[in-house]
Design a binder for this molecule. Structure first.
Ligand code: FAD
Length: 437
């Protein structure tokens, strides 16, 4: 019998566990730990609530969690409830699948003003992450700025633009739904340092902006390179640029009260305001021969009482685990950090790629573990689950098993308002009370 601890129950953790069950059959015990009492990481707390078909991937992870030999233990925080040395003592291998939950800071004057939030916090707020339930972003003023040119920026702009009716079928959390329903925001500016050809936005997500009930996208035709240059783009990128060109060519949408402005070639220099964010000071850029943005010296102001920065994430260090400050993650070679210690997903690669990108990661690390501890080889004599259970009990730490999560989930689905998929239970004590834990 082999014992593996997987820390983090997002996609990377579950793909790793899935691959390990395939490699070892029933000759492995896998404990999937998470600091939160509920599983699935960014599938629950990152992916947009109005993108339910994407969240459906959790069904695949559920099958893994219900496989004999696999346990989910929520409410167990590596670095607080248990140390990496302790996990390595009890398990043959430990896999860090802890993601990249910290927002990268803008690093410009005024980025600490009230009204400036990172996307992990803002997205966590509308998705019911217990750490961000009290965020209360300012929605009572007319203008918001969203900094970044990736899909997270699109998610944020779209959620800020939707009418209550457009959240039908979603699982947006009640406090965000109510606040957004009363939002005064009319202008949302998405800023990117480079141009339409350099965006990291995918066509499906971009196309959605053209079909909003109360908001219309606005793009300046002057921001595009000559149309003939689109042919050199990779097909997905070309499709995204087609959407942007269509937005630029569309007649003004007089009947839609909100506008999503695309502000390309725009580098934020500072956030200003009297005790809170009021405007973003931006420098116009131009592309240099290397394709990078260079400041032109021309500056202007963009009104914004809410500023959401969507410029990337980092993994926080974990005591006892080697850490690369510059990269903001755990240094590793093909997923291996040290003897018997591995990383997968965003903790391994940084915050890039889709859900599916985490699958080969998990499979590669599972293969490396199976190579180091071949199935059928002599057991190491480590205690695995029994050792961890004793340790956690001695510390008064009360893990939430998968069966309790299933009760929480059933309660959420039963509590759903008409037309919503579920009513997320946000507060951890409430979740546990409801689950009868
Ligand atoms: C806002 C947003 C929207 C996205 N939308 C999409 C989309 O629509 N489609 C798509 O394909 N991809 C999307 N992605 C990307 C996708 O979510 C990621 O590729 C994926 O979640 C990364 O998986 P992961 O397992 O590495 O990390 P995560 O999903 O972040 O999981 C990490 C887990 O580790 C736990 N954890 C962290 N630290 C500890 C600790 N010390 N102890 C115990 N547990 C810990 C966390 O609680 C979490 O559950 C989105 C990402 C974001 C940020």
């Amino acid at each position: 019998m082999r014992h593996v601890a997987v820390v983090g129950s997002g996609p990377a953790g579950f793909y790793t566990a899935e691959a390990l069950t395939k490699a070892y059959g029933d000759a492995v015990g896998i404990d999937i730990l998470d600091r939160l009492p509920v599983p699935y990481g960014l599938i629950r707390f990152g992916v947009a609530p109005d993108h339910q078909s994407i969240k459906a991937v959790a069904r695949r992870y559920e099958k893994v969690a219900l496989t004999p030999g696999v346990r989910f233990l929520g409410n167990v925080h590596l670095g607080a409830d248990v140390s990496i040395e302790e996990l390595l003592h009890y398990y043959d291998a430990v896999v860090l699948a802890t993601g990249a939950p910290h927002d990268r800071r803008l690093g410009i004057p005024g980025d600490d003003l009230p009204g400036v939030v990172g996307s992990a916090a803002f997205v966590g707020w509308y998705n019911g992450h217990p750490d961000f339930a009290d965020l209360s972003p300012p929605l009572d003023q007319p203008a918001a700025a969203v900094i970044g040119n990736g899909n997270v920026a699109l998610d944020v702009a779209r959620i800020l633009s939707k009418t209550p009716a457009e959240f039908a079928g979603s699982d947006i959390v009640a406090h965000a739904f109510e606040a957004l329903a009363h939002s005064a925001i009319r202008d949302i500016t998405i800023l990117g340092r480079r141009g339409p050809h350099q965006i990291a936005m995918t066509p499906k997500e971009l196309g959605e902006l053209g079909h909003l009930e109360a908001a219309a996208p606005s793009v300046s035709p002057d921001d595009f390179p000559p149309a003939g240059t689109d042919a050199a783009l990779e097909p997905g990128q070309r499709k995204s640029v087609e959407h942007l060109r269509a937005f630029a060519a569309a007649p003004p949408a007089g009947d839609r009260p909100k506008t999503i402005h695309f502000d390309f070639f725009a580098r934020p220099l500072a956030i200003e305001g009297d005790g809170r964010a009021e405007r973003l000071i931006v420098e116009r850029t131009a592309l240099g021969p290397d394709g990078q943005a260079r400041g032109t010296g021309e500056t202007y102001a963009v009104p914004a009482q809410l500023v959401v920065s969507c410029i990337g994430y980092s993994s926080p260090p974990i005591p006892g685990v080697p850490y690369d400050e510059r990269l903001g993650r755990f240094p590793n070679a093909h997923g291996q950090i040290a003897d018997r210690l591995y990383a997968v997903g965003w903790a391994r690669r940084g915050p890039t790629g889709t859900i599916g990108t985490n699958r080969p990661d998990g499979y590669e690390v599972a293969e490396a573990i199976a190579a180091a501890f071949p199935p059928g080889s002599a057991p190491s004599g480590r205690d695995g689950a029994a050792g961890l259970d004793r340790l956690l009990a001695s510390r008064g730490c009360d893990p939430v098993p998968f069966a309790d999560w299933q009760r929480i989930e059933a309660a959420e689905v039963a509590a759903a308002r008409a037309g919503f998929t579920r009513e997320k239970l946000v507060r951890v004590p409430d979740m546990l009370r409801t689950s009868g834990h």
